[in-house]
Design a protein around this ligand. Structure first.
Ligand SMILES: [Zn+2]
Length: 513
């Protein structure tokens, strides 16, 4: 019996002869992470005063030689599932042992070894999850700070003035009507399809459904391509998915504050900007899979890094429509590790000051909290800012996260006017950073006004309709088309008209027979 036992121990030792370990490495400040990576250890997640790495014997010796304190947490991490769990402060952390194996913890949360079932059960608790993952964190950071473009304040004021509390309210109500937006449900897929239709209706050049796990609803990305600098991208995002108690999650997750509020901020921005174009590219994103560990944004940001996308800034909102003791207050975060992030944070706060009644508290972190999708952008090297609640709703992650009367405590959303002020600050920020311009085509002549009194024609029309057009028509070679009784051949044409001494040019139409 003892010999069999010894044999199995020996066998185990041989099988794991050169094991990879999941380790916790202590550091003083974030800069130490570069020295940790130099030992050959693969950094997979940064916590407040430590990081999690995959390391083999050589890297462990290197960590030791470099004087880093470390702790072996688990062998063979490549094929296991780990999640970092951040409970609300009142939650008893010892409860978490029922959902997986507790490996280590820090001020903000606990690292658990668990499985898919464990993760679904965790989403029924008042906790935020961030998947630890096996991907190495790239440690390069962008440090460019592009100049904001010149956008007249009069235009910014006009755009800010379009933000409507009623529209926000109706968006919150509509999202609640999906009954559940738990990421793995058909109902969440329907919600994403609804988001797609809105992005299309709001003038996006293209809309893309980003599938990251086959059993999850996709994230939805609306693209408004920049006219002058299409390769510089601003991301504005909020997660659409939601969660509630484990037993209700597949049938009832109203998720009004968390996070119909953040998602509707993105949708309202898109609506307000529907007839604008931008000099730089803007991506509107509704993420899925946030509640199960930031899966949608992690996959999206990782692929953006691999493609070499130039994301100048990502702006994320999560939980922005509830307040109690701090009416009209929200917290706005940036981080020191990504220097442009602080510049952008101050830029956002300046817009909030100038154009809104919002009281935004400025918070600069070292390593950003892993509480929402902004962490994924930071993880893959992109600057971010994010906004969230000052007062947290007691109905967080429950079926009670619904819309209540103004100021009511036991609900999710109770301050839509504050929500509207956040969106106004967002509109002003994006208008200035991405360079909003009215979509009126090229105007020739001394006066560069923005008013356009002439109604726009449809972009696809039939020959007789174009024949009735009062202005001048040019073909794609620039030749003016004389319209005879025989009509106009199918093809692409450009229209030009004069009105009150001003010339409007540039609309393209496709003529069908
Ligand atoms: Zn959330």
């Amino acid at each position: 019996m003892i010999r069999t036992w010894l044999l199995s121990v020996l066998l185990a030792a041989v099988v794991t002869a050169a094991p990879t370990w999941l380790c916790r490495v202590e550091f003083e400040n974030f800069e130490d992470v570069y020295a940790v990576a130099a030992t050959g250890a693969k950094v997979v997640m940064c916590l407040d005063e430590c990081c999690l790495v995959h390391a083999e014997a050589e890297a462990l010796a290197g960590l030791d030689a470099a004087g880093f304190g470390f702790e072996l947490l688990d062998a063979g991490p490549q094929h296991k599932e780990y999640v970092y769990v951040m409970p609300v402060p009142e939650f008893d952390r010892s409860e978490l042992a029922r959902y997986g194996r507790v490996l280590t913890e820090d001020r903000d949360g606990v690292v658990l070894a668990t499985d898919t079932e464990g993760i679904f059960r965790l989403t029924g608790l008042p906790v935020e999850l961030a998947g630890v993952g096996n991907e190495e964190m790239p440690l390069e950071r962008r440090s460019t700070e592009p100049e904001p473009l010149a956008v007249p304040d009069s235009l910014v004021r006009e755009l800010v003035g379009r933000v409507s509390d009623d529209t926000l309210h109706s968006m919150l109500l509509r999202m609640r009507e999906f009954r559940t937006r738990y990421s793995t449900t058909d109902s969440c897929r329907s919600a994403m399809e609804w988001v797609r239709q809105l992005f299309l209706g709001y003038g996006c050049d293209s809309v893309h459904m980003d599938t990251f796990l086959s059993n999850y609803a996709p994230s939805c990305i609306g693209v408004k391509r920049g006219t002058l600098y299409p390769d510089e991208v601003f991301v504005v995002c909020g997660h659409v998915d939601a969660t509630s108690e484990f037993e209700h999650r597949l049938t009832n997750t109203p998720g009004s504050e968390d996070n119909a509020s953040g998602a509707s901020a993105v949708l309202e921005l898109a609506r307000v900007m529907a007839d604008m174009r931008f000099q730089k590219t803007v991506w509107y994103i509704g993420f899925s899979g946030e509640e199960q560990g930031l899966h949608g944004s992690d996959s999206f940001a990782r692929h953006a890094m691999l493609r070499g996308d130039s994301i100048v800034l990502s702006i994320n909102f999560d939980m922005i429509s509830y307040s109690t003791t701090h009416p009209d207050w929200m917290e706005m975060y940036g981080c020191t590790d990504s220097p442009p992030s602080v510049t952008w944070l101050d830029f956002f706060l300046a817009q909030a000051d100038t154009f809104t009644d919002l009281q935004a508290e400025r918070i600069v972190e070292g390593v950003p909290a892993r509480r929402s999708d902004h962490y994924s952008f930071w993880k893959y090297g992109f600057p971010f800012i994010r906004g969230g609640y000052k007062d947290r709703t007691p109905k967080y992650h429950t079926i009670g996260d619904t819309i209540g009367p103004p100021g009511y405590v036991n609900c999710g959303t109770n301050n839509i006017p504050m929500h509207g002020e956040v969106v106004k600050a967002l509109v002003a920020t994006v208008a200035k950073l991405a360079g909003a311009e009215p979509m009126t085509g090229v105007e020739e002549g001394p006066e560069r006004g923005r008013t356009r009194t002439e109604p726009r024609l449809p972009t696809v029309m039939r020959a007789p309709e174009l024949a009735r057009y009062g202005g001048r028509v040019f073909d794609i070679h620039g030749r003016e088309v004389t319209r005879s009784r025989t009509g106009i051949a199918p093809g692409v044409y450009f229209l030009r008209s004069e009105q009150d001494g001003r010339m409007h040019a540039g609309q393209k139409v496709v003529v069908q027979q």
